[in-house]
Write a protein that binds this ligand. Sequence first.
Ligand code: NDP
Length: 448
Amino acid sequence: MAKLDEKISGIYQDVLKRNPGETEFHQAVLEVLESLGPVVVKHPQYLERKIIERICEPERQIIFRVPWQDDKGKVHINRGFRVEFNSSLGPYKGGLRFHPSVYLGIIKFLGFEQIFKNSLTGMPIGGGKGGSDFDPKGKSDDEVMRFCQSFMTELYRHLGEHTDVPAGDIGVGGREIGYMFGQYKRITNRYEPGVLTGKGLTWGGSLVRTEATGYGATFFIDEALKVRKDSFDGKVCTVSGSGNVAIYTIEKIHQLGGKCVACSDSNGVIYDEKGLDLELIKQLKEVERRRIEDYAATHKHAKYIAKGNIWEIPCQVAMPSATQNEINGKDAATLVKNGCIAVGEGANMPTTPEGVKVFLDAKIAYGPGKAANAGGVATSALEMQQNAGRDSWTFEYTEKKLQDIMCNIHNNCYETSEEYGAPGNYVLGANICGFIKVANAMVAHGLI
Ligand code: NDP
């Protein structure tokens, strides 16, 4: 990957100084700044107007206490976050993550990436992200409800369809969005579907939102394979995670003729040489909220590898769909050595900088998260459009819109990579294309 341009390296040093200890945020910033050298040569006004410095500083950061009681009456205190990063293109938009690893640095890395991702979608949405160090795993429905109600009791004052519109992420799915929407309605006495996305279908949700991130990532890689006169047909694939993004990535790959042989969770890996049984995975994960290990109890031919490394399983297409930094340099080298020709990031920043370098050097089709997984937020924006128009679209119509958006994102990234002399480098293409639109809006809005 390119080194930092000397005009930009001072800006990065300042980011390190001003945000100590936030390593994931540093990593996300560095990855974008590495692409911007040729951009500031072409557009010196971005330096004069200090656009990069401003883009690295969130417009607003909210940190709050979330007290709640478990089923035994014991009191717990968690920490809630909402980072409203950039509203140049529209209201802040981005998910909420509930996971014990959450701290400010994670939310800021996600919020920063969200700015460029949302810009790439072509929809009128700014960038934000939030969440809590609350762990929904092993909690009863009532405990999750009490936590969500307490979380929303503080967050509601910062939200609004023209201000900030959260959605789901790790640990936040339809159940959590439902509890938060209910509490928002109760506190404000307003039925405002436009205040959250990922809602249930009977109360303002959109068809295809559940499937959108996984389907979108698969559409992106399908486009990248087409550039190489190739397709998913007959390809052996591995998909990390077994949550929302992983499940619908597997579904779309199977629809396009590929065969997913492995998925995972934070405890281990399931390997099913015959191809994963998606209906069983949905039953285990979406209905019964069980662990992926239980797959092997029903399918004796499948192997469960406790603490296994999914990237050691040979595949032609890999779709990391669990969490950040799950593919390191060694894993990336193993994938390439085993014949992997495409990597599509359903997760956010799942590949370390060393891993990214391996993929770019090998010139495989590598779709970085901020481009490849933008289908989720794009479909959230479609949900907002339907809410504003009091409308609900069919599955086919909405899926076609998603596919067109992913095709546009792919083409815009590809064309930008060509324009900047690195055809097929989607990292460069996504960073530059996403950045320029936000930067131009910031210049137009003046110094705010
Ligand atoms: P879910 O909570 O539905 O699923 C997360 C999956 O990843 C689970 O299988 C989980 O396993 C695994 N996982 C989470 N954290 C870790 C970890 N530290 N180590 C190993 N495995 C882990 O989340 P989503 O599917 O919604 O999100 C997955 C990724 O996709 C995230 O990076 C998210 O930011 C990104 N994303 C999601 C979007 C969406 O629309 N949902 C949109 C764009 C990006 P376990 O159960 O063991 O924790």
